[in-house]
Design a protein around this ligand. Sequence first.
Ligand code: NAD
Length: 496
Amino acid sequence: MAVLEEPIKGVPMIKNYIDGEWVESKGEIIDVVNPAKNETIAKVGISTKEEIDAAVEAAQEAYPDWRRTPAVARCRYLFRLGQLLEENFEELSRVQTQEHGKTIDESRGETRRGIENVEVACGIPTLMMGDTSEDIVSGIDEYLMRVPLGVFGIIGPFNFPFMIPLWSAPYAVATGNCIIIKPSPEVPISQAKIAELADEAGFPPGVWNVVNGEKSVVNGILDHPDIVGLTFVGSTPTARDVIYPRCGATGKRVIAQCGASNMMVIMPDCNIQGTVPALMTSFFGNAGQRCLAGQNLIVVSEDDGFYNEFMDAVTATAKGIIVGNGLDESVQMGPVKDVQKKEKILSYIESGLKEGAALRLDGRKPNILGGYPDTCFLGPTILENVTPDMKIVTEEIFGPTIGVIRTKNLDEAIKICNENPYHNADAIFTSSGKHARQFQYEVNCGNIGINLGIVAPMAFYPFSGMSGSFYGILHTQGKEAVRFFTESKVCIHRWL
Ligand code: NAD
């Protein structure tokens, strides 16, 4: 199949979007690399303190008028943005593939889910309604309004450059706040494209800002006294060591959604034909770089006959996965994002082997369709004889690997799930309603799949978690995002 045309040409400089203007950063300039070709496709600056301050100042200035804009009128900007995103759907999807490496179909799925968040946020006049009680005491009424808070930061990870900031941004602005998006420096182009469309949709200057950079910029946002809160999606160490302590110290509200090492539990009564393709998406989709990705497979069976039949089907299908440039529509798995991430995944495979695991399928030197450089590519890898104490279970690999654990019964499998601090999304494959119910009831994680490997909540459900040992109260997406981006103001009115 032909390779689709690349939308990013000529190594453009990705600018900041501050106060409705495109401004080139005066900070250090770094490369944005397409991992499929190991080629620089754009440049981006690490914003300076002055640039962060300018964005916060613009957002603060825009806030009073934006807050006073009726919710239905704020929604009209979002309707326009949603329409523009739809009109540019294919280009936006190709940008994600070019800057991240994922397959074009994965990017199209990401674009769709991002737009759905804009659509859900268009319901804000109803979603942010308050409550009223008449005569709490005779002649006195009490009511609650949900009000915006001010300026929020939105910090994105590298693995979903388009969608993840949209888990927060539409709800933040729809509720009357102003935002500063800080995308991952590895993938800044998608958010620049969205900001171009937000500009075209006519958002007043200062409402929607994008400031690029890495940890120094996150620190600038965390320490800025005029930022009231932030959403962060990224790794557990960053959340644990930086985001939570700094937000605590500066009194900012925060949602932090973190890392994952998820379990897929296979019961001997599962439908093998339906299960295997779901596992391929779960373990190898997005080259395993997904907080909902399966990392370990728990096969609940002491019967070698079932185990071998099942694992033969998994191995044969994994072996057939076509690896290459995601802009080639016949490719089923793209590269990982960069060479450091590839090295990290390889070191986890080595550590698994050292700890006693055995290779059933070795993806360390894959065939790459189209002869692209092998810098960032890996193929599907399957490791057997894995035990729950191994690093390849207790730590997040974030790559296209399956670690297979065998257990005697479901109770033991559930125990393994619950003892893993990073199980963000676990799934069971079974035809037994009883087993499904027990799993759903007893597994303590935020996203549960029953005969499904990727449990990505729709935009009107929270993107739940409990991952990385952090039990956040609220999550991005839907009503929980509305709750996060608003404060309850309670008024008691005595009618004199
Ligand atoms: P990361 O923690 O390295 O970076 C996330 C963001 O924080 C980036 O914008 C980055 O610039 C910034 N950052 C990095 N180090 C920092 C530091 N020391 N101080 C301040 N800011 C810092 O994460 P990543 O590698 O970009 O993303 C992958 C991680 O995100 C994985 O762990 C994955 O599981 C997780 N993730 C979680 C969810 C979820 O909803 N639970 C969704 C997607 C990704």
